[in-house]
Write a protein that binds this ligand. Structure first.
Ligand code: TRP
Length: 352
């Protein structure tokens, strides 16, 4: 298999439409915060890509970013439960723990230690202008912004670089963080040349979904904490209830026009993604049926699309010990790699 990425954008991003990974040279890392169940935005934005890459035979790491939870809140609520639930969603979506290394980053000390030299490679001004961090501060439930909020993108660079990953399947909102990881890798390599010749770190690139961005049922950014999304593990009735409450508009004629009608178009797009068809086609089919018909189509499409995933999820949910075992095995593998990378970092820095 060959690397045929052509569509490079910000942060050297490629989209899956043009991308085939090379199992011989590519290594994938991606991850999520354990703050609650994953939803449809995660599924179409990145989960599907991860499974696709796994099926291409690429080595894959998936980090449960537990330290990132406390960027915008004081305590990480029900952390163990959310961590296991995340693993549950991963496995239900098709990640295979025998092929993918799934681990919590707090369980890998050497990974976290990379944060110290990495922080010295970025300026305070750079940390200050990260647009994703700014957006998160705007939605934060804290009155004061803590230091981790500004520095976690550098920590995320450590998540990516500890295993020398060069491909990072993520949603659009993560592009500024990928830029930080690329900057850290480049500056580290420049400042600490490896006498062996090969630079220590690769330049990681984002791998974006070719699906357009899904909006939440309120027309805003889809988010676990904003109650505007359908969780992968939701029941069919819960799914119907969330879709029924979605915001629409007064025009009975359904069309796909994201700029003029973001709410209606978001629902049309969701049905289209679930059915793997063009949104214009879905809209034409509903025609003058109005919001009620649109919502029925969306509910049925989501429930049908997720049925196999939900069935697997229910089976896996019965064995919590298995989920913990997956995390333990993953941490063991990740620790071996992180220890080796940290040793290399300390050596090129002359800190032995
Ligand atoms: N910041 C990501 C999010 O909020 C989660 C994350 C942590 C991540 N470490 C990562 C994503 C490394 C990709 C690579 O969803």
């Amino acid at each position: 298999m060959t690397t045929t990425a052509t569509a490079t954008g910000p942060a050297g991003a490629a989209t899956t439409a043009t991308f085939t990974a090379d199992p011989g040279t590519d290594r994938v890392l991606t991850g999520d915060r354990p703050t609650g169940p994953l939803h449809l935005g995660h599924y179409f934005g990145t989960l599907r890509n991860r499974v696709r890459l796994q099926e291409q035979g690429v080595e894959m790491f998936v980090v449960v970013a537990d330290y990132q939870v406390i960027t915008d809140r004081d305590v990480a609520d029900r952390l163990a439960e959310h961590t296991e639930d995340l693993v549950l969603d991963y496995l239900a979506a098709g990640l295979d723990p025998d092929r993918a290394t799934i681990f919590a980053h707090s369980a890998v000390p050497a990974l976290n230690q990379l944060l110290l030299p990495f922080l010295s490679l970025v300026s305070v001004a750079e940390l200050n202008r990260n647009p994703t961090v700014k957006e998160e501060i705007a939605h934060s439930r804290q009155s004061a912004v803590n230091g981790l909020m500004f520095t976690y993108p550098v920590h995320q660079a450590a998540d990516i670089l500890f295993c020398k990953a060069n491909l990072v399947p993520v949603g659009q909102d993560q592009l500024p963080h990928l830029e930080v990881a690329r900057t850290v890798a480049r500056r580290f390599n420049e400042r600490y040349p490896n006498s062996g010749g090969e630079p220590v770190f690769p330049q990681p690139r984002a791998l974006l979904s070719d699906a357009p961005l899904l909006l939440g049922t309120d027309g805003g950014k889809m988010s676990k904490s904003r109650g505007n999304s359908v969780a992968l593990g939701a029941t069919e009735d819960e799914t119907a209830r969330i879709v029924r409450a979605a915001r629409t508009d007064a025009d009975r004629r359904i069309s796909y026009d994201p700029a003029a009608r973001p709410e209606v178009s978001g629902l049309v797009l969701l049905a289209a993604l679930c059915q793997d068809r063009a949104p214009e086609e879905i809209a034409a089919e509903i025609g003058d049926g109005g919001a009620a018909a649109l919502k029925r189509t969306v509910t049925d499409s989501v429930n049908e699309c997720l049925r196999p995933l939900r069935a697997r999820r229910a089976e896996l949910a019965a064995d919590r010990a298995h989920l913990r075992r997956v995390l333990r095995d993953g941490a063991e593998r990740a620790n071996a790699i992180a220890d080796a990378t940290l040793a290399e970092v300390r050596s090129v820095m002359g800190s032995v």
